[in-house]
Write a protein that binds this ligand. Structure first.
Ligand code: PEP
Length: 253
């Protein structure tokens, strides 16, 4: 059985003070939560203060991106050891906004995945098709290429330490959600791909999260699907009450 993971992607929201407040509020609300992993991913500038806010709580910390190199002349970038010093355990990689707005390729994502694993960070690898690709029946082809690209040269022992987030681009920040059946079908496709590449034992360990306009009103029916092992939540993770409800809906799912 995989433990559900609910990860909040705060994107470019919250000043340091606001982030501290939200994380402190979540710590209070989630203090007795068991049976689900809650991860919050604030902007880089707020990682140290959020780390302080969630000390002695079950909430885990993640970042939204990183460079693959340990250090060097990469102006504006953040390295894996820097994330480790702020207490990060997870890092979101290949988010569709990084791919579309900052031109991240599957090759970049693959370098980042390998580096995250080398530094013992759990990568949350985002994949998903755009609307025109879905309408052209290319969902599986796109998702397969992204998964193969991100996992290139990885062995099963590395692959089992990853998390995948299936996020149809047309559902991110749009209020439009994939139906539980639509999402589950793609999750099953990804699971079978992992199985053929890495074997059953490894494939069954990998959490496949769904992302795309997840809210308290739709989280339970999504999380109840057999192949959906959690959620990557954007907008609704910025509100403590909504995020708490989504996390609690994952218990026993
Ligand atoms: C996301 O940022 O990964 C996301 C799924 O956003 P939203 O929940 O706002 O659609």
């Amino acid at each position: 059985m995989r433990t559900q993971i609910i990860a909040g992607n705060w994107k470019m929201h919250k000043t340091e003070e606001e982030a501290f407040q939200l994380a402190s509020d979540l710590k209070q609300r989630l203090k007795d939560v068991k049976g689900v992993k809650a991860v919050i991913c604030p902007p880089f500038t707020s990682l140290p203060s959020v780390k302080r806010a969630i000390e002695n709580s079950p909430i885990l910390l993640g970042a939204q991106n990183m460079h693959w190199e340990e250090k060097g002349a990469y102006t504006g970038e953040i390295s894996p050891p820097m994330l480790l010093t702020t207490g990060c355990k997870y890092v979101i990689l290949g988010h569709s906004e990084r791919r579309s707005l900052f031109f991240e390729t599957d090759e970049f994502v693959n370098l980042k995945v390998k580096s995250a694993l080398k530094f013992n960070l759990f990568p949350i690898i985002c994949v998903g098709e755009k609307l025109d690709q879905r309408e052209a029946n290319k969902t599986e082809e796109i998702v397969e290429n992204q998964v193969r690209g991100a996992f290139k040269d990885l062995g099963a022992q590395e692959a089992e330490r990853t998390v995948i987030a299936y996020e149809p681009v047309w559902a991110i920040g749009t209020g439009r959600t994939a139906t539980p059946q639509q999402a589950n079908k793609v999750h099953l496709f990804i699971r079978e791909l992992l199985l053929s590449e890495f074997g059953k034992e490894c494939a069954e360990k990998i959490n496949i999260l769904y992302g795309g306009s997840v809210k308290p009103e739709n989280s339970k029916e999504l999380l109840d699907m057999p192949e959906i092992d959690g959620a990557l939540v954007g907008g609704a993770s910025l509100d403590a009450e909504s995020f708490e409800k989504i996390i609690k809906s994952a218990i026993n799912s």
